[in-house]
Ligand binder design. Structure first.
Ligand SMILES: Cc1ncc(COP(=O)(O)O)c(C=O)c1O
Length: 459
């Protein structure tokens, strides 16, 4: 039996007691004020509605459970959830210092700790809504620095880069990847030689396969072609802390600090609630592009207001509070508990990949560079592989195991070498993002259900 008195899986609730204590501490801090009534007290209607909400939320896949092994999704760490909720009693707005004295400072401290991951002591950076907004800011600055020039990313870069190019009115092109989903440095060089490229986007952990673009080769090209380098490390940014990367990925992380701007999403691997991306610039002087005047809000301090260096105006101060608290509990250091979580995720991915690669029913792509695995049931033609993958996906879900599906270029599977007829360029593949450290212990269980689902489908 669990603490809730019901058999089966229990959601973490102990942090609620600590949260209550912290709310009381917060209340004490404002005790000098004349008393006011407690505001909207929970009425029967609120209870009824919240219970209905709980019912509605069960329509989701169980992102908190290790048998959810699909997309990049997991709930925040309990401390992030509690700290965010605690901040809601105040609801600071990190636009200006007047509206967020504590949480603006917490944001500066938390972002400085992220910057240290890349060896940056001086930099300009802030939190924002997520990876898309963060990349938009980075490409906006890049576009201001090289007007009229083209932004180039790999064809496995996140789809929003093309969209951002459209929003900002920037020319945008892609170059192909190698068979491991990483930007093909030779193709990039051919494009650079034709001229007109102002910015290259390197993806450090692609969305589909977690592939890491070859940063050392791209940096050599930067010396010769003098472009601006933006690293989209929205997914993979924290993995530099992991002690179990392969040599090529390690070499990319070791030089990440040489990029001109970096995006990392605390709401992916940083254990945060959604609404938490981060953009960082190596040269703080790019702050000049953000320069504006806000007669309404910037009046109490000569210290930097975060709104002066962000495109957005209002932003959740609670996001900074949650991130600060999480990093205090789990500092971003090699060998620490946070780093070990990433290592466990990678071990889970390697273990699942090894089982798949050893089983003739499956066709695997390359070994994972981070913690994302893609594979497909083996069939004579690419289109048949796709059909089978969809059916295994459904059958696994019927047994509470949730994967994702992704459109993966057939060459990632070495379709020719494995004798699979390429009647389609892409294969709808099974994809598993093993981003919860618990996944490592759950790989045997995941395998058991996958094995059964595959037997059912293949007959
Ligand atoms: C590499 C990469 N960049 C950017 C994004 C977009 O981030 P967001 O969904 O936070 O806007 C994603 C999302 O998965 C991503 O994987």
């Amino acid at each position: 039996m669990t603490s809730s008195g019901r058999a089966g899986f229990a959601l973490e609730k102990d942090s609620l007691r600590i949260l209550l204590e912290a709310v009381e501490r917060l209340e004490e801090g404002f005790a000098g004020l004349p008393p006011v009534s407690a505001g909207a007290a929970p009425e029967p209607a609120m209870r009824e509605i919240l219970l209905e909400v709980a019912g509605r939320l069960t329509e989701n896949y169980p992102f908190f459970h290790p048998l959810y092994a699909g997309q990049m999704l997991k709930p925040p760490h309990p401390i992030a959830r509690a700290a965010y909720a605690l901040a809601m009693w105040v609801n600071p707005n990190n636009h200006a210092l007047d509206s967020s004295r504590a949480s603006s400072r917490m944001e500066k401290e938390a972002v400085a700790e992220i910057a240290r991951l890349f060896g940056w002591e001086t930099f300009l950076g802030h939190l924002c809504g997520g990876g898309t907004m963060a990349n938009l800011e980075a490409l906006w600055v890049a576009g201001r620095l090289s007007p009229g020039k083209t932004v180039v990313a790999s064809d496995q870069a996140h789809y929003t880069h093309g969209r951002i190019g459209g929003v900002l009115g920037l020319l945008f092109e892609t170059v192909p990847c190698d068979r491991r989903g990483r930007m093909d440095a030779e193709a990039l060089e051919r494009r650079l030689a034709r001229g007109g490229v102002g910015t290259v986007v390197a993806t450090i952990g692609t969305t589909a396969t977690g592939s890491v673009d070859p940063l050392p080769a791209i940096l050599s090209l930067k010396e010769r072609y003098a472009f601006r380098l933006h690293a989209d490390a929205a997914y993979g940014g924290y993995f530099g802390l992991a002690g179990n990367l392969e040599a090529e990925a390690r070499a990319a992380y070791d030089r990440l600090g040489e990029a001109d701007s970096i995006v990392v999403d605390p709401h992916k691997h940083g254990l945060q609630p959604y609404g938490c991306g981060a953009v960082l610039f190596r040269d703080p002087a790019v702050g000049r592009f953000y320069k504006h005047d806000s007669p309404y809000t910037y009046f109490t301090s000569s210290e930097l207001h975060l709104g002066e260096i962000s495109l957005e105006c209002s932003r959740a101060g609670a996001a900074a509070v949650a991130l600060w608290a999480t990093q205090k509990l789990l500092p971003l250091v090699r060998g620490g508990a946070f780093a070990r979580r990433l290592e466990a995720s990678r071990e889970a991915a390697l273990a699942l990949h090894a089982r798949l690669a050893a089983d003739t029913r499956f066709l695997t792509a390359f070994a994972p560079e981070l913690d994302i695995v893609v594979w497909t049931p083996r069939a004579p033609r690419a289109s048949l592989c796709s059909d089978l993958a969809r059916r295994v996906f459904d059958e696994a879900a019927r047994n509470d195991l949730h994967f994702a599906l992704a459109e993966i270029p057939a060459e990632f599977f070495d379709a020719d070498g494995s004798g699979i007829q390429k009647d389609h360029d892409r294969i709808t593949s099974l994809r598993s993002v093993l981003m919860k450290p618990e996944h490592r212990e759950w790989v045997p269980r995941i395998w058991e259900i996958l094995d059964r689902a595959t037997r059912t489908v293949l007959g």
